[in-house]
Design a protein around this ligand. Structure first.
Ligand SMILES: *Cc1c(COP(=O)(O)O)cnc(C)c1O
Length: 361
């Protein structure tokens, strides 16, 4: 018998949003809308698609493992040094690399919860303890988070805007935390949705990198840039942290298509603006419609809303699925009475509202 590492027994499977194919097969529906995984309903940037066509002749060649053009583009875009950037096969791989580079057996990692499940997965798979701080759909104070940090804490995960609640932290809150936490604890600030944030006091945080070499800013091409299927994420941090991540990084994890698509998407301001406009309009519409049905819609800075449905949340999710609308129930996040809905195109949002009204009635 081949024994796997004991850490594996603690891991539970990742629960993704249901796929369109899955629902089509199960219910035999022609029209299916997925508002479950915070993907961009406009699709990828057309410039990214064009860039991918352009590499068809070189698919037999290995990609450049150091992704120099992409690193260069990101360096220009954010005005940070190239040596402050590492790219990954999705930011999921950035989290994985952080685990391999920094988390030891017997350590612990602390995160605000409920949140994105990959932090816990990475922590446990590296033999450390996971400490979640906060429950329910409110905002966990970073002072409460700090109170759980001890000498064994290797990484603190802060997701802002938080998936799935949409909660965010201000510069003052984050700086207060950074100034108090030990400089030997990595502060992993996950900004997967930063580009969607509209609050005036939502901070980009790049100006804190110099002062806090233990701060890591995580970003992705999966959300606003619409490239979830091709897998590119990146981290911006101090040079020491970045050096360690490059060391552990698999050499060819960012494929050719991903590299050219990401560069093109980063330069496609029009696509980003279109996406932001649709997101703003979708939020406004869904917030009004869903609140009018009597449900609590949480404030959000992302491309999704978290809604308190109540005890029958699961029933509603199933009702919608049977009719071709996939949203995300949040039981696996520890919020069994809530759902998370990604902003769709106007007609998709209207379809959701129509079905929700049917369910309520
Ligand atoms: C979607 C998401 C990511 C993952 O992004 P990939 O780059 O697709 O791996 C990371 N963090 C949070 C909070 C997310 O919601």
């Amino acid at each position: 018998m081949i024994e796997s590492r004991p850490e594996l027994s603690k891991l539970s499977d990742y629960v993704p949003g249901k796929s369109i194919e899955e629902i089509r097969e199960r219910f035999g529906l022609a029209k299916i809308v997925k508002l479950a995984s915070n993907e961009n309903p406009m699709g990828a940037s057309p410039k990214a698609v064009e860039a991918i066509h352009g590499i068809a002749d070189s698919l037999h060649l290995y990609p450049r493992g150091d992704a120099p053009n992409l690193i260069g583009a990101l360096s220009n875009f954010y005005s940070v040094k190239k040596s402050q950037i590492v790219v990954g096969n999705g930011s999921d791989e950035i989290i994985d690399m952080v685990g391999k580079a920094f988390i030891r057996s017997g350590d612990n990692c602390v995160a605000i919860t409920p949140t994105f499940s990959v932090y816990k997965f990475t922590t446990l798979s590296n033999g450390a303890d996971f400490i979640g701080v906060g429950e329910g759909d409110g905002k966990t104070s970073l002072d409460d988070l700090l109170a759980k940090v001890n000498s064994k804490t290797r990484v603190v995960f802060i997701c802002s805007p938080n998936n799935p609640t949409g909660v965010y932290y201000t510069a003052a809150e984050l700086e207060n935390f950074l100034s108090k936490v030990s400089s030997s604890t990595l502060v992993f600030l996950d900004q997967a949705y930063a580009e969607f944030a509209t609050a005036e006091d939502y901070p980009q945080m790049f100006n804190f990198l110099e002062k806090y070499p233990n701060l890591l800013i995580n970003r992705t091409f999966s959300k606003i840039y619409g490239l979830a299927g091709i897998r590119v994420g990146y981290a911006i941090a101090g040079e020491e942290v970045i050096k360690a991540l490059w060391k552990i990084k698999p050499p060819f994890d960012i494929n050719q298509a991903a590299q050219v698509a990401a560069i093109a998407a980063l330069g496609d301001r029009e696509h980003v603006e279109r996406t932001l406009k649709m997101n703003r309009e979708g939020l406004e519409y869904l917030k009004n419609e869903i609140s009018a049905m009597g449900f609590k819609v949480l404030e959000t800075q992302g491309n999704f809303i978290c809604v308190h449905i109540g005890e029958k949340a699961k029933d509603m999710v199933a009702f919608l699925e049977q009719r071709g609308m996939i949203i995300r129930g949040l039981s696996s996040f520890g919020l069994p009475e809530h759902v998370r809905i990604t902003m769709g195109r106007p007609e998709e949002n209207q379809f959701l509202v129509k079905l929700m009204k049917e369910w309520v009635g």
